[in-house]
Design a protein around this ligand. Structure first.
Ligand code: ZN
Length: 263
């Protein structure tokens, strides 16, 4: 019987050794699979982002308008419908007509301008090509040249198709998120819109938009001092929590003022 017991013990030992032979603890295996999967998703995100960038740069203005029309209805829910800002909007429309007269816009493009309720002074461009000013910005920044700089900056993003590139990146992120979680409830379109809402432009894109605004404002007013006034206002408000997100996605306000002064 002793031999029998020995035999069984040896068998068990062999089975155990066999199970563990060349194997790592299960958590390590799981970690490797997850890391591999994450690496594939990250690569996919980068590839889709690059492909969208190349595509967006290559399309005609007509195709651009077609893509924008798909998103025309996706306007911010906090859109301000009242008449209180009608005068400010018509002044901005007038400035945009002056910019169009400089031939610095795609042919037949007249930016649609809207107002959105927000306590953060900001302006942004939607995937549909509409430019929004927040109520806080219109309440606090009254100087026409400062508002012209902000408008021209957003038009600069439009001319460089940054809104479509950001949307493409948002789209890539949505695809990756859906693949990762298997949950498609967020939707691809809302991912693109979210990217815009987060103001997710790169510093390079911001610099380009500033440079465009500087050219436009210098042609209109002889200088881009309006931009300096706007940034100084933003800098003074810098410590308020609602401005942190705006400033963190933009080049430092100081460096932007410096750039406008140097030119
Ligand atoms: Zn910008």
């Amino acid at each position: 019987m002793k031999n029998d017991a020995d035999f069984r013990a040896r068998q068990l030992e062999l089975i155990e050794n066999n199970v563990n032979a060349g194997k790592e603890p299960p958590w390590r295996e799981a970690l490797k699979v997850t890391a591999g999967f994450a690496a594939i998703l990250a690569a996919l995100y980068i590839i889709i982002g690059i492909a969208v960038g190349i595509y967006v740069n290559a399309i005609s203005f007509k195709t651009q308008k077609k893509i924008e029309s798909l998103f025309a209805a996706a306007n911010p829910s906090a859109e301000f419908k009242g008449k209180e800002y009608a005068q400010a909007v018509s002044a901005l429309r007038e400035i945009s007509a002056q910019i169009a007269a400089q031939n610095r816009l795609p042919e037949n493009y007249a930016p649609d301008i809207g107002v959105v309720y927000s306590r953060a002074a900001n302006a942004f461009l939607t995937p549909g090509g509409k430019i929004y000013f927040t109520t806080a910005l219109l309440d606090n920044v009254k100087n026409k040249e400062a508002l012209a700089f902000v408008l021209a900056h957003e038009i600069g993003h439009y001319v460089n198709r940054d809104h479509l590139k950001a949307m493409g990146r948002g789209l890539a992120l949505s695809v990756v998120k859906i693949l990762f979680s298997g949950d498609s409830s967020t939707g691809v379109v809302s991912g693109g819109t979210d990217a815009i809402a987060r103001n997710s432009y790169s510093r390079g894109q911001e610099r380009e938009a500033d440079a465009y605004a500087q050219k436009v404002c210098t042609a209109l007013y002889g200088s881009a001092d309006g931009g300096i006034e706007f940034f100084e206002y933003m800098e003074a408000k810098d410590k308020l929590p609602e401005f942190i997100s705006y400033l963190s996605t933009h080049p430092s306000t100081r460096s932007r003022i410096q750039k406008l002064r140097n030119n």
